[in-house]
Design a binder for this molecule. Structure first.
Ligand code: NDP
Length: 232
């Protein structure tokens, strides 16, 4: 059984991560902004009352990160996996209507939140079994692939997440904590939209298979959901 901390667990890929992790026997501390409204997650709790803990966490709120870290430490002595899944993409953003508040918020959710959460959970991760910090990045965060305009806050904040992941991988190598950046594919969620090519079960099954295969030498890599190298 793995002890897993998950963000953005109420819908999309996060909900599917929770479902598949629970079905394969793992213990999941599933966080979301509004647990009281997270109906699908609550339905999972009926099925897995012993192994699913639901807690509030807005990853852009530093104090909420500290509270969630305290809360999980009261439930488990170790964490084996942190899945930084929560993310935000502002579709209406284009050159001409860029605003500081929206740009900064995307950085807070997509990059700074995952970094601070990793820092807050480090004492538990350091006690984990082959611990992994699994960051949901995206091909849109790739500098090499950025040959189109727009998506300023999303692309740049995910590129920042990638850089934070590289620094964390180097800092945590001696602790044996593996840190990876993973592109989940183009997936049919609220964010991915109906035209996306993959369904959430396929993407998440691929990412969990990748999680199983990760080795210390994979730390700091940018990979696709199938485990292929992604260009930076
Ligand atoms: P969705 O938009 O379907 O879900 C986003 C999740 O993030 C929701 O649970 C949402 O919660 C949560 N979230 C947003 N802001 C915050 C916050 N401040 N604090 C905590 N949770 C928050 O997206 P996906 O499931 O598709 O995406 C999951 C991850 O995968 C993201 O990081 C995304 O960037 C990445 N990704 C997705 C792709 C795709 O094609 N779908 C492609 C590439 C990357 P709430 O319901 O409260 O808003």
């Amino acid at each position: 059984m793995r002890y897993v901390f998950l963000t953005g667990a109420n819908r999309g890929l996060g909900l599917e991560f929770a479902r598949q992790l629970l079905e394969r026997g793992d213990w999941v501390f599933a966080t979301c902004r509004h647990p009281e409204r997270a109906e699908a997650l609550r339905a999972l709790q009926q099925r897995f009352p012993q192994r699913l803990h639901v807690a509030a966490l807005d990853v852009s709120d530093e104090q909420a990160i500290a509270r969630a870290a305290t809360e999980v430490a009261a439930q488990t002595e170790r964490l084996d996996v942190l899945i930084n899944n929560a993310g935000v993409l502002y579709r209406d953003e284009h050159l001409g209507n860029l605003r500081q508040s929206q740009l900064m918020h995307a950085f807070a959710v997509n990059a700074v939140g995952p970094l601070l959460l990793t820092q807050a959970l480090l004492p538990l991760l350091q006690k984990g079994q082959r611990p992994v910090v699994f960051n949901l990045s995206t091909q849109m965060g790739s500098l090499t692939r950025k040959t189109y305009g727009g998506y300023y806050s999303y692309s740049a904040s995910k590129a920042a997440l990638n850089m934070f992941g590289r620094a964390l991988a180097a800092d945590l190598r001696s602790d044996g904590v593996i840190v990876v950046l993973v592109h989940p594919g183009w997936v049919r969620t609220d964010m991915g939209g109906a035209q996306a090519t993959l369904d959430p079960p396929t993407s998440v099954a691929g990412m969990l298979a990748l999680l199983e295969r990760l080795k210390p030498e994979d730390s700091g890599r940018f990979l696709t959901w199938e485990g292929k190298e992604h260009p930076w």
